[in-house]
Every structure is written in C-alpha cells, then in structure tokens.
Ligand binder design. Structure first.
Ligand SMILES: Cc1ncc(C[n+]2csc(CCOP(=O)(O)OP(=O)(O)O)c2C)c(N)n1
Length: 621
C-alpha cells in the first residue's frame, strides 16, 4: 500500500469507522476502491461486484455493531470491502492464493464472517435461522441479509421470504439492486425492481414519507398508523402489488447505495424497527470502474491475474462448447438453456445469433432442469449448460423430473473438477458420483475439445439423457471440425502397456499419457493408458480384456473417489473372482481449499509427478 492512502491504513476493525466524519468516510470509500483495484488487477479476482458495494459496506459497519450484529452476505464475492474493513487489509494482498484468505466469506476465517457461501440465494434462509435462535435465546443482536437482485432470482430466496413473512421477526434484507447478475439480470422480478427504481413519482413520495418520519422522532401511534397506511397505499398502487409488503415484509426504498450519509441515516432508523424489512438499495457496478477503456461491469465482472486478455488462438472447453453448439445449430434444432451463466458457459454468441432458441432462466438451476424436462417432454431437444457445482442444488430435478420419466435432456457441466482460486464452494468434484448412480443417465467426459464436439453430436443423435462434464482448462481443438458419432459406452485404448494400466477420465487422460512417457523414460515401464470417455455405461468388453491383461489397474479422475468412476470399476470387479491390484486416484473424502489448479492437483495427488510416484510405489511393493 503506497503513501497516498490517508485513512485506510488506520482502519483495523469496524470500530475505527465510528468516529470518522462524512467527509472522511467518503475519502475512505475512494481509497477502498483504489486498493481493491490495485490488488485485483494484479492478482485477479472479482471486480465490478465488490466495487459496487463499497459505500454500502462502510455504512453497514458504521451503524451496526459487528460481529455481534450479524451481516450475512449472499454469495460473498462482493464482500472484499467487508474483509478489508474487518482486519484483513494486509491479507487482502494475497486473496484467493493457496493457503491465503478466501475470495468468499468463511466462518473459520474471521468472526465477522458469521456465515459462509459461494453459491447464491442462501442468505435470507440462513439469516432467518440466526434470527429465530436469537428470539429463542432472548438476545437482541440485529440480523441482516445482503442479497443481490441476481441472487434474489433463486428459488431458495422465495422460500425464505415466505417463511420470514409468516414469522415476522427482526430481519433486515438489504437488496443490493444493480440490475445486473453476472450478465444482465433477467426475469419478471428484475423488471419489477427496475420499475420501482425508475419511477420518479414513487421515489418522490417515498422520500417525503421518510423525511417526515425522520424529522419527528416520537410520533404518536395514530399518526404512525396513518402514515403507514398512506405509505402502503402508495406502494401498493405505485408498484403494482407491493410484492414484498403482501408477503408481510415491510418494503423501504429505493435508496441510493452510494450516498453514505443517507445510507447511515436510513440504517439507523431501520435498526430500531423489530419486524422484517426489505431495504431496496440501488447501486451501480460501473460507477467505480475508471481505469479501463470502458466501465463495462459485465466485462469486468472478474479479472484474471495481471488483467491479461484471454489468448485469442487457444481453446478452453467452454469456448469449444460454444463453437460446437454454433456449428451443430445449423443442422439440428435444439434449445440452449442457461442459469445466468451465458458468458462462463460459452453461450454468448449463440444467445445473439439464435435468440429464439436461447433461454436464460436466471440463477435458478432447479427450474432450469425441470423446465428442460418439459421441453423434452414436448418433443424438443434441450441442452442445459450449467457449472458442475451449481448442478448440486438441482439433484431431485434430475432424478424425479428427468431420469424417472426418461426425458432426453442433454446436460453440459462446465467447471467440472478443481476450479482453482474460487475454492471449495466451486470445485466440481461430486458430479460423477451423484450422476452415475441414477438409472437411465449416460455420463461422459471428453479428453479434449474434439471429443467434446463428438459427444455433443452423439448426444443430439441418440435421444437419451446425456451428461457431459469438462473442466476449466485449455484443450486441443480446431474450428470447422466435423464431429463423429461415438458408440455409447466405448473407451479408447490409447497406449498398450505390459502389466499396468491407467483408466483415466476427461482431464486426467493427458496426465496419464505424460505419466506413461515418464515411466518409459525413467524406468522402461510400458504403462497402458485408456481414455474412459464413457463413465456410464462402462466399456464392459474392454474391461473384461483389461481384467485378463493387466495385473495393476489404476483409475484416475478429477473428482471424488467415494462413489466416483473408480468405484464403478470396483463394482464391476466385485462380480468376479479377481486377483488384479486396483487403486483409485482422486479426491479422497475431503473438501479442497482454494489455490491455483496446479497447486491443487499436486495437493490431491492428481499431478503428473504424484500419479507417477503412486504407480511406482504400488508396482514396486
Ligand atoms: C447457485 C449459483 N448459481 C450461479 C452462481 C454464479 N454467480 C455468482 S455471482 C452471480 C450473480 C449474482 O448477481 P447478484 O446477486 O445481483 O450480485 P452482483 O454480482 O450483481 O452484486 C452468479 C450467477 C452462483 N454463485 N451460485
């Protein structure tokens, strides 16, 4: 931190905010923005979302008595200012690095992180849990959920609102409305919120009510009642239904989320109200993006280390997915569905060129899956693109709505395996285990971009429930590739070995090939390598050959060992008498921290050198 910072270096906890003047608080907000900018452009991380809530964060910590009062941030990707103000200013310099502080909130990182997350839409439910236990224990801390308009589109948020409105306890929902999710916020709620924030008449009336109540500290009960009635009447008529009020949650807003004195004034008032409140704060994620050629909050949602642009000529699996979809769309009529991850899943171009065949359902993975089952049931082909980790919350939809009815949905899971700096909330390590046990489902993973294209093509041809998982990594691919149909359940014997074979899945096929080269070079051992692109069904013909030919069998997957691909191989072997020695390599019954993918592969035993060591250890025993 250079000498230009005047106030930030002296803030070691929220207590240090309490005596600052409004002017100093404003200077602090500029310094926080500069600090976040300097660090994140150098080491990478979320960018526009944290910059959008700087003033809001200052006002919250100024008014509330944290960590006694509970601030529960939804997702947590926006809470960088919270981390910096709560004693982690120096640690922030290495945020998201291996063994350093997390990019999300974590309960074991700080007492100020009273609840962790990474997936959206959990904060109101969790806050209600806190609030109810406070009531039972007769303590009087305040509980707040800070949730974005994007996260508010997730079904869990509505379940919590429903429960909160019924129980009517003190819980303040701060709705941070910037009209953006990662891309544009979509759906009826988004339109509804925009209508409120852009309605000048309503804003004026709203402010008047606040001015009056703010200026008269002790209002008589009847006046309060009348005011409340008028206010409700205005809201209901002007916002077409007073959605939150109808649920029993008092709506206050919209207020400017960048005006620190105003935020402080309103939080001080809200703090005194002991019923459920939704405080609608509008913020602008672009406001503090000043150092690039544009202030595009979608483009600068996150930044890679050194702010390097993506390499133009290289392919990631997401890019291959986007390209393959575009080329397949010319001849085959399918629909693409995403849950707010248009850019991340590689569907940006498709969404523009085929807007009538593209549906963003907002951050609603459960809905995305059941909605797709409806598309399939009506005789159309849905391709759903979702990150592996976010599929977890749509498990019953896969079993009950898709598999049980055998409805041919194609499910493409990006970010499978270890995703790196986003850490345990985002690693996609459970998908093989939880999908392969469901009847009627085909589970696959390509070794490279060409095979991803082949699998997509195959999925579109065969009219079955078809899932494809691939990681956040670069891969081989060439544009204008003509895909081929793959036999369901067919593996590829890439290298013939002597007595050891590696059954490798997806991203691990490349590592297995490198291990084979090393073993040949260093020990003159011929390692067999098989590309197990079908995780379910297995290639039973090849497995019976393997059983006879190889004494040592290793399975390698970038996923959990328990219930994973290796387990399915063991299930196969359990049907016979066998004397093969079988070893499973993968993530062994633990959550994996954040760090670079390279560091995490090393940690979990999935790096080339660790696989090599393991094979030698077993073979030379
Ligand atoms: C269940 C789930 N689906 C998708 C995501 C990916 N994701 C992270 S932040 C985000 C957008 C959140 O938008 P909003 O709540 O408005 O917050 P903002 O970033 O705009 O402040 C999305 C889709 C996620 N974290 N969790």
């Amino acid at each position: 931190m250079n000498n230009s910072y005047k106030i930030l270096p002296h803030i070691n906890s929220p207590k240090d905010l309490k005596n600052l003047s409004n002017e100093d608080l404003n200077v602090l907000s500029d310094e926080l923005a500069m600090y976040i900018h300097e660090v994140i452009t150098e080491i990478g991380g979320h960018y526009s979302s944290p910059l959008g809530v700087i003033e809001l964060t200052i006002a919250l910590h100024y008014v509330y008595d944290t960590p006694i009062d509970k601030l529960i941030w939804d997702v947590g990707h926006q809470a960088y200012a919270h981390k910096i103000l709560t004693g982690r200013r120096e640690e922030f310099l290495k945020i998201r690095k291996f063994k350093e502080i997390s990019g999300f909130l974590k309960m074991d990182e700080s007492p100020y992180d009273c609840y962790g997350a990474g997936h959206t839409s959990t904060s109101i439910s969790a806050a209600l849990g806190f609030a109810h236990m406070r009531d039972k224990n007769n303590t009087n801390e305040k509980v707040l959920s800070i949730i974005g308009d994007g996260a508010m589109t997730g079904g869990l948020a509505y379940e919590a609102l429903n429960n909160l409105g019924f129980h009517r306890t003190q819980l303040t929902i701060v709705l941070n409305d910037n009209s953006l999710s990662i891309s544009e916020s979509v759906g009826a709620l988004s339109k509804y919120l925009t209508k409120i924030t852009t309605n000048p008449t309503y804003n004026k009336l709203r402010d008047n009510v606040w001015d009056m109540t703010g200026k008269i500290p002790v209002l008589s009960k009847p006046i309060r009642k009348i005011l409340k009635k008028t206010e409700e009447g205005m809201k209901v008529s002007l916002t077409e239904g007073g959605f939150f009020e109808e649920l029993g949650i008092r709506y206050i807003g919209p207020i400017d989320g960048h005006d620190i004195p105003e935020l402080i004034r309103i939080f001080k008032t809200v703090k005194e109200i002991n019923s459920p409140i939704l405080l609608h704060v509008y913020t602008n994620k672009s406001k503090r993006i000043k150092h690039f050629e544009s202030n595009d909050a979608v483009k600068y949602y996150s930044i890679s280390p050194g702010n390097k642009p993506n390499k133009q000529n290289s392919f990631t699996f997401s890019k291959v997915f986007g390209n393959s979809i575009l080329s397949l769309a010319k001849d085959i009529d399918f629909k693409c569905i995403t849950a707010a991850m248009e850019v991340g899943t590689g569907l940006s171009q498709f969404s523009k060129l085929y807007s009538d065949r593209y549906i963003d359902v907002a951050i609603a993975e459960q809905h995305a899956l059941t909605y797709s089952s409806g598309i399939a049931a009506s005789g159309n082909i849905p391709i759903v693109a979702i990150y592996s980790t976010f599929i977890q919350r749509a498990y019953d939809q896969i079993i009950h709505d898709i598999a049980l009815q055998n409805l041919p949905v194609i499910l493409c899971m990006d970010r499978a395996g270890l995703v790196g700096p986003d850490g345990p909330t985002h690693h996609g390590i459970f998908d093989i285990a939880f999908l392969r046990i469901i009847p009627n489902i085909i589970v696959t993973s390509p070794k490279d971009g060409f095979e991803l294209h082949d699998l997509l093509f195959t999925a579109l041809e065969i009219n079955k429930i078809f899932t494809i998982r691939y990681g956040k990594i670069e891969t081989d691919y060439k544009e204008n590739y003509t895909p081929k149909l793959l036999d369901i359940g067919s593996w590829e014997h890439l290298i013939e070995g002597d007595d050891i074979v590696v059954l490798s899945v997806g991203s691990m096929v490349n590592n297995a090939i490198k291990v084979a080269e090393l073993l040949k070079d260093k020990k003159d051992i011929n390692l067999g390598v098989i590309n197990c692109r079908f995780i379910k069904p297995l290639d039973y013909t090849m497995l019976s050959d393997i059983k006879e030919k190889y004494k040592y069998i290793f399975t390698i997957e970038e996923g959990c060992i328990q219930g994973g691909f290796g387990s399915s191989v063991l299930e196969y072997f359990s049907k016979f008498e066998y004397d093969n020695i079988i070893n499973l390599i993968g993530v062994d019954d633990e959550f994996i921290e954040h760090g670079s993918r390279k560091e995490l592969l090393e940690l979990t035993g999935l790096s080339v050198s660790r696989i090599y060591d393991k094979i030698i250890e077993v073979h030379e025993k």
